[in-house]
Design a protein around this ligand. Sequence first.
Ligand SMILES: NC(=O)c1ccc[n+]([C@@H]2O[C@H](COP(=O)([O-])OP(=O)(O)OC[C@H]3O[C@@H](n4cnc5c(N)ncnc54)[C@H](OP(=O)(O)O)[C@@H]3O)[C@@H](O)[C@H]2O)c1
Length: 326
Amino acid sequence: MKAVLCHAYGPPESLRIEEVPSPAVGPGEVLIDVHSAALNFPDVLMIEGKYQSQPPFPFAPGGEVSGVIARLGEGVAALRVGQRVFAGIGVGGFAEQVTVAADRVRVMPARMSFDQAAGMSTTYGTSYHALKQRAKLLPGETLLVLGAAGGVGLAAVELGKAMGARVIAAASTAAKLAVAKQAGADELIDYSDGELKEKVKVLTAGKGADVIYDPVGGDLFDQCMRCINWQGRVLVVGFTGGYIPKVPINLILLKGCQVVGVFYGSFSARDPATNAKNFEEILDLFEQRKIDPVVGATFPMTSYADALRCLSERRAIGKVCLRIRP
Ligand SMILES: NC(=O)c1ccc[n+]([C@@H]2O[C@H](COP(=O)([O-])OP(=O)(O)OC[C@H]3O[C@@H](n4cnc5c(N)ncnc54)[C@H](OP(=O)(O)O)[C@@H]3O)[C@@H](O)[C@H]2O)c1
């Protein structure tokens, strides 16, 4: 089979497509013929050697895929060959076939496309866990989402709206905000001028947001700490803004607020039962047409570098997917 391999840390162009043996299917695993692999910001960080956990060389990037089950490992009874499925696999998705533990595989709803399904595992898994278990978001609360047209951000906008929150989407361009509006955002903030705090205060009668979902970090995080409502929750999701900010702990005291870490990979490994329940609810929201995953761009497998650059150059809208099988 073909795979896009990283042999040394470097830019997207340093990867190459190679012929490698198909993975062996162990007990309790399934082999998936990959149709689409969705990209996430960690793929960009991983090939540059900047992610928090690094696989050994050579590795194929790609943390999540959709496709068709080609073979079942010993003891797998709940799935069958030929089913259309999606799975979060962490790494290895830029390949024609992957193996994954059967309990991490989810069956695709009939009307979901392979590209939509490829991008479900990480973004919706992360954002639902963040809003439900970590922020305990309540109907009627105000949710501010930064990077609101990116992968996890746009999922947070849709899920926050479906959970009954008033959603303020914040992003860096009018085009990105238009997509967030289409996904259900009630209010929009363009922070391309570096201003966030005052704009949030204006939209919340001076109180600030009850929950802030922050996948960006950097300079904007400090402003988040200054526009969080009394007893609000600031969700620390990621640092695409380039650096990891410091928390002014006096503001935690003054606002009676919480700064809450979100680590979806660890949550899903430690508590697979709650994660599975979350996905039942997420797929139910899809069936009710309360969420509709946005795929902003698709690329053929050979254009893996262009796909990765979409994320690293801040151009991604919703999910970017690599079509492994056209
Ligand atoms: N904690 C967890 O469990 C977890 C799980 C999944 C992902 N994450 C993290 O969440 C973050 C977002 O991931 P994603 O896959 O959703 O990425 P994405 O689709 O590329 O979206 C990232 C967003 O960050 C904003 N951004 C600000 N400065 C940027 C820069 N210099 N370069 C690129 N984007 C920039 C962009 O929005 P604007 O242009 O509108 O600012 C962009 O839409 C990453 O840090 C990732 O590691 C965390």
